[in-house]
Design a protein around this ligand. Structure first.
Ligand code: ZN
Length: 323
């Protein structure tokens, strides 16, 4: 038998483009934003060059720029200075996330989709994602507080809320609250398989939200498990999550791939701060290399099965694709 010539399909760029199985488009990307109180603030995060903390006035300017670059969906994180034991500012009517939502919806209305991170770690003085009782995570009290927080986001204009605390029952608790309070149209993007990863370290610097005692291993997933990730996804879908997520992305492509085969709901992957920082470090200012590395990593996440990618590179995608 003659050997096969697969190189024919690689012979020109046009043929390679014609037969490419995976394509990246800006419309499938979500850009995270970190917002602080104050005015005229745009301060770069040292471990994540090119990513900033914004005050609301400067955020409005940057969102306009993102929209012009084809990114229309944003994941909003609020940085709260007033941290308490119970994280009560997470659901304050005039909390930072609530103010951001009103300002953005006022200006952009339905031209943009707003998703809010729903967790307590940015609001508690101990840095855990949950309410603590006698030094223990109080799961069932926490899911009520998460529901209250999600409701306050819905009231301020969120299109989706995204529970990320990894508490059992958090999706159902939020869904019930939203439905009972007249927000049946507000969706849930669940951080379903969120691993206890070391790749979040740049993010924790932003929030100063590392736990003051213990760690997050009693609620975030054990990195050694994949079957349990499928259960987390399955239960969140049963609890009516509209979109489910795997986080992080690059070290967890097997999880994304398996999830894509098993479930029929939109699957998101979070290309986290450490993944961004690694590429920035390796490229070391070489823009061409940075683009190539970032695109390779994002294509691999899409190829594994993610429908939606949350990425700090989102703003660059449009220009990278058209080049
Ligand atoms: Zn958290």
């Amino acid at each position: 038998m003659e050997y096969n010539r697969l190189r024919r399909l690689r012979s020109t760029k046009a043929i390679r483009d014609l037969t490419a199985q995976t394509n990246i488009e800006t419309k499938n990307f979500i850009l995270p934003y970190f917002v602080v109180e104050g005015e005229k603030i745009k301060s770069e995060i040292i471990s994540m060059p090119g990513i900033y903390r914004f005050s609301i006035d400067n955020l409005l300017v940057d969102v306009k720029d993102s929209v012009s670059k084809g990114i229309k969906t944003f994941l909003i994180f609020g940085i709260e200075e007033n941290k308490t034991k119970t994280g009560s500012s997470a659901y304050a009517r005039n909390g930072i996330i609530q103010k951001v939502l009103r300002a953005l919806k006022d200006k952009f209305a339905d031209k943009i989709t707003l998703i809010t991170d729903v967790c307590l770690c940015g609001f508690t003085d101990h840095g855990h994602c949950a309410i603590i009782n006698s030094e223990k995570i109080d799961n069932d009290t926490t899911i009520n507080v998460l529901a209250k927080t999600a409701l306050s986001h819905a009231q301020a204009g969120a299109d989706f809320t995204a529970p990320s605390a990894m508490m059992d029952g958090q999706v159902l608790s939020i869904r019930r609250m939203l439905d009972n309070q007249g927000y049946a149209d507000v969706g849930i993007m669940a951080y379903s398989a969120k691993y206890a990863s070391n790749l979040y370290s740049p993010f924790r610097d932003i929030f100063d939200s590392s736990p003051k005692f213990g760690d997050r291993q009693t609620y975030q997933m054990d990195i050694r498990n994949s079957n349990q990730a499928m259960l987390e996804l399955e239960y969140d879908i049963q609890e009516h999550a509209d979109i489910v997520m795997v986080k992080p992305a690059l070290f967890y492509l097997d999880i994304i791939c398996k999830a894509k085969q098993l479930f029929n709901v939109p699957l998101a992957a979070y290309n986290v701060s450490g993944e961004y920082a690694m590429i920035k470090k390796l490229a070391d200012g070489n823009e061409k290399l940075e683009k190539a590395l970032a695109m390779e990593s994002l294509i691999s996440i899409k190829r594994a099965g993610a429908d939606i990618i949350i990425s700090y590179f989102a703003k660059n995608i449009g220009s990278w694709i058209s080049e």
